[in-house]
Design a binder for this molecule. Structure first.
Ligand code: DON
Length: 320
C-alpha cells in the first residue's frame, strides 16, 4: 500500500533536519547532560486515532516543562479559574523560563508555563492532595498518553539535588504568601512531574488529547474538561515557548509547549497533535530541530491558526 502523504512528509522532514546540529543538550540538570544529541523523533497523532511516526519515537525522555500546561489544567479543574488566578497570572513574561521574578504589584508569577508559575500551580495541587499529589499527576498524565507512565528516578534525583534556582523561586513565592508553608514538599512534586518519562509517540497522543477537546483519541477517555482545555491551549499559545512565544505564534501559529529534555508538543485544534524529540536546545531552552519541523509542517499544511487558507484546510484535504 502506498504510504500516506503525512507519513512521507514527516519522513522527509526527519531526514532533512537530522543533520541540523545547532544547539546543545541541557547540562544544568546533570542527568540530562547524558542525553544523546543524535536522538530525533517526529510523531503525529490525529483526533481520529491515527499515528504517524519517523525516527526515534519509542525512546523514553523526561517531560520537563511539557508537564506544566497539564498540571495547570488539573489545578483549574480542582480549584476553578478564579482561585488558580490568585496564585498565577496569565501574561507572557518575555523572560527566561527560570527567571527569578514576580509580577509587579500582584507578586504572582507571570504565567504557569515558566518555572515560578508551574511551582505555584503544583503547590496549589499539593495543598489539596499532599503526599498523593505526584501520583495523581502521574495518573492524569498517563490517561492523557493512553498508557501507564513512570518516573525517571535518576533525573528526579539529579534535579532534586541540584535545583537550587527553583528552590530560590519556591522560597520567593513563600515569602510573598503565594505558596503554602510546605514549599519544599511542593517543589519535590514539581521535580517529580518534570521527571515523568514519555516517548515522542506518547507526546503526540497527549497533544492529540488536547486537540480532541480533552478526550484521548485512542482510549476515548475524557481526560480534561473542555473548558480547561481551552484555557490550557490559550496559555500554551501565548507563553508555551517562553521568550520565543511571540515569534513562535507569528511563525508557526499553534499552541505548543517545550521542555529542556528536548520535547515539543504542538496542538492543531480539533485535528491533530504534533510531537518532536531532539535534545539539542537553543539559548531559550527550545529544541532547535523541533522548532524547524513544526514550522515546516505548519507551512506545508496550512496549520497556522490565522492562515489565509483557513486553519488546517490543506491538512483536511490530505487526511480526510
Ligand atoms: O525546572 C526546570 O528547570 C526543569 N525541570 C524544567 C525546565 C524546562 O523544561 C524548560 N523548558 N524548556
Amino acid at each position: 500500500m502506498d504510504k500516506h502523504e503525512l507519513q512521507l512528509v514527516i519522513e522527509e522532514l526527519h531526514e532533512r533536519y537530522r543533520t541540523l546540529n545547532d544547539g546543545a543538550v541541557a547540562t544544568y540538570i546533570p542527568e540530562l547532560a547524558k542525553s544523546p544529541p543524535e536522538h530525533f523523533g517526529v510523531a503525529i497523532a490525529t483526533t481520529d486515532g491515527r499515528i504517524f511516526e519517523a525516527g526515534d519515537c519509542d525512546r523514553p525522555f523526561t517531560l520537563q516543562s511539557v508537564s506544566k500546561p497539564l498540571t495547570f489544567g488539573m489545578a483549574l479543574e480542582e480549584f476553578g479559574h478564579d482561585r488558580v488566578l490568585r496564585h498565577v497570572s496569565v501574561e507572557p513574561s518575555g523572560d527566561a523560563f527560570n527567571s527569578i521574578e514576580l509580577q509587579n504589584g500582584t507578586n504572582r508569577p507571570h504565567n504557569p508555563m515558566i518555572n515560578a508559575g508551574a511551582i505555584s500551580v503544583t503547590a496549589l495541587l499539593h495543598s489539596r492532595f499532599a503526599g498523593e499529589t505526584s501520583d495523581r499527576v502521574l495518573q492524569r498524565l498517563s490517561a492523557a498518553a493512553g498508557r501507564r507512565l513512570t518516573f525517571d528516578e535518576a533525573v528526579y534525583d539529579s534535579e532534586r539535588r541540584t535545583g537550587h534556582r527553583n528552590r530560590a523561586i519556591a522560597h520567593l513565592l513563600l515569602n510573598f504568601g503565594v505558596v503554602h508553608e510546605q514549599a519544599e514538599h511542593a517543589l519535590d512534586v514539581y521535580f517529580r512531574q518534570c521527571s515523568i518519562l514519555v516517548t515522542c509517540r506518547d507526546l503526540a497522543v497527549i497533544a492529540a488529547t488536547l486537540s480532541n477537546m480533552g478526550r484521548n483519541p485512542l482510549t476515548q477517555e475524557q481526560v480534561y474538561d473542555v473548558q480547561s482545555v481551552r484555557n490550557m491551549l490559550s496559555i500554551m499559545f501565548t507563553c508555551g515557548m517562553y521568550d520565543y512565544s511571540g515569534e513562535w505564534a507569528y511563525r508557526v501559529g499553534v499552541p505548543a509547549k517545550s521542555g529542556v529534555s528536548g520535547g515539543v508538543m504542538a496542538v492543531v485544534n480539533r485535528q491533530l497533535g504534533i510531537a518532536t524529540y531532539s535534545p539539542l536546545l537553543d539559548a531559550r531552552g527550545n529544541s532547535c530541530r523541533g522548532i524547524e519541523v513544526c514550522a515546516e509542517l505548519a507551512a506545508r499544511f496550512g496549520l497556522h491558526a490565522f492562515d489565509c487558507l483557513n486553519a488546517g484546510s490543506r491538512f483536511l484535504e490530505v487526511v480526510l
